[in-house]
Design a protein around this ligand. Structure first.
Ligand code: 9D3
Length: 257
């Protein structure tokens, strides 16, 4: 997988991309990441990348010229014809989620454009980008952290990126449920015991306990997920024992368990 990332702040990426899974994926050749400074593609001698908005109002807008020039330098004169997704990170995009990460993990190359200022000239979304993604409903200072989120979520889905090959399958957002509680040694810490079933060695009982705890936790914290999770008859029976009724699926998220 090759990522091209266009940004005015390439230095922001140094830390996150040089640690852990992403670092290992780059070292083994599974992933390559090219950072491109948008300023390098500005035509004027001062390398200006922003300008005042037509029609007035506060804030600045990213000029289209440097962004088109950067993408054309990377993908060629008809970047949309290259088949490479050209993804603009923007608060107005569709929300990034595990399913989007899975689709992107099937591509061989992805280009990410990080916006700054109040936004980018509308012609960038209309005639250059092929997709627009947001990572959630909160205000960031720019698309850089969002791009890192996308790189991280996609990279760990690539076969061979995780040490443990079962890792990505068991993910809460792959099963559609929140995860069951995890424990490790010691069996008693400050008087708090690990649930006895986990020490029993009874793998059938352990699997049942974990499934039920995942269901219990999902009902308590993210009942919205239950509507889309694949549930067995036994799962539904257990949820009913907790007071779950199917019409509860759209109820409000509680503050805390
Ligand atoms: C005043 C209106 N603001 C929109 C909420 C303007 C604005 C705020 C922040 C415009 C751009 C930004 C910078 N954010 C991103 O570029 C961004 C982002 C985000 O803020 N939240 C979630 N996902 C993303 S992806 C890119």
């Amino acid at each position: 997988m090759h990522f091209d990332i266009l940004t005015l702040f390439p230095g922001m990426f140094a830390g996150p991309l040089s640690e852990s899974i992403i670092q290992r994926a780059q070292a083994t050749g599974l992933v390559s990441i090219a950072l491109h400074n948008i300023r390098d593609h500005a035509a004027d001698k001062h390398h200006v990348t922003d300008d005042y908005p037509y029609g007035g109002g506060g804030g600045m807008v990213m000029k289209p010229g440097p962004l088109f020039a950067a993408v054309e330098a990377i993908l060629g004169p008809e970047p949309r014809a290259s088949g490479v997704p050209i993804i603009l990170l923007t608060p107005q995009g569709r929300q990034f989620a595990q399913g989007v990460a899975q689709d992107l993990a099937d591509r061989e190359r992805i280009l990410l454009i990080c916006g700054r200022y109040e936004g980018v000239d509308e012609r960038v979304r209309e005639y250059l980008a092929t997709d627009e993604l947001s990572i959630g409903d909160y205000v960031l200072s720019g698309g850089e952290l969002a791009a890192m989120v996308v790189v991280d979520a996609v990279t760990r889905l690539l076969p061979g990126a995780l040490g443990d090959p079962t890792g990505a399958l068991d993910d809460s957002h792959a099963t559609g449920l929140l995860e069951y509680p995890h424990y490790t040694r010691p069996p008693e810490f400050r008087g708090w015991r690990v649930p006895e079933v986990l020490l029993s060695g009874n793998h059938g009982e352990i699997a049942r306990w974990r499934r039920q705890e995942a269901l219990r936790r999902t009902l308590a914290r993210r009942p919205d997920l239950l509507a889309r999770a694949s549930l067995t008859a036994k799962d539904r029976e257990f949820l009913r024992s907790l007071g779950y009724r199917e019409q509860d699926k759209d109820m409000e998220m509680p503050a805390r368990e």
